[in-house]
Design a protein. Structure first.
Length: 201
């Protein structure tokens, strides 16, 4: 995720340096940099990704508040809400949707497998998995997660704040999503037919 955010920031910084950025883009860049500077926030890269991966005409300069719309994209000529999730994001809200087959999510994944060691103490090679931002129906996303057994419960069950989240370091999920055919372009106008008859796994 760091690389994706870095690329988005670099593109925006070049636009600012060239004097071609709007006031909205400058504010978006500054807010993203402020978020990234808070090293205590484990979700800072996901938040920056949500802010930066928007259309050229977007007015977004902040991270959406809990329960609010993360972003928008165009479907069948109309602007439609979309939820952003990255790596091991919480997805309880997706399970609570009444019509997940008509809702959409943008998901991206970027992680390196944990370091393990052989019996003789030598390290095994790690693997880097990356899934470009993709857009899919929430119902399809949940079906893929279930197929890959790629969910976990985070939080404190005894305190009543536990919630389902994506298993953000699942190699099986990364491999499955790598074959998903629809990448997310915030400037592209999608049609309903784009999301029909897809082979999910």
């Amino acid at each position: 995720m760091k690389n994706k955010v870095a690329n988005l920031l670099r593109t925006l910084a070049n636009k600012i340096d060239g004097g071609n950025a709007t006031k909205t883009e400058v504010k978006r860049y500054n807010n993203a940099m402020r978020i990234l500077s808070n090293e205590a926030d484990s979700g800072r890269y996901g938040k920056a990704f949500e802010m930066l991966n928007v259309s050229d005409t977007a007015r977004k300069t902040y991270v959406a508040a809990q329960g609010k719309t993360d972003g928008y994209f165009y479907l069948d000529g109309k602007r439609k809400a979309v939820e952003y999730k990255t790596n091991g994001g919480r997805i309880g809200s997706l399970y609570r949707m009444t019509k997940p087959e008509t809702a959409y999510i943008v998901y991206s994944m970027d992680f390196e497998t944990r370091q393990t060691y052989r019996k003789d103490g030598t390290p095994r090679p790690t693997k880097h998995y990356q899934v470009a931002p993709i857009i899919l129906k929430v119902s399809d996303f949940l079906a893929i997660l279930e197929h890959c057994n790629a969910t976990k419960v985070i939080g404190h069950a005894d305190k009543g704040d536990s919630e389902v989240a994506v298993q953000g370091d699942s190699a099986k999920l990364a491999k499955c999503l790598a074959d998903y055919p629809i990448t997310f372009d915030p400037n592209y106008h999608y049609t309903s037919e784009d999301f029909e008859d897809l082979v999910l796994f």
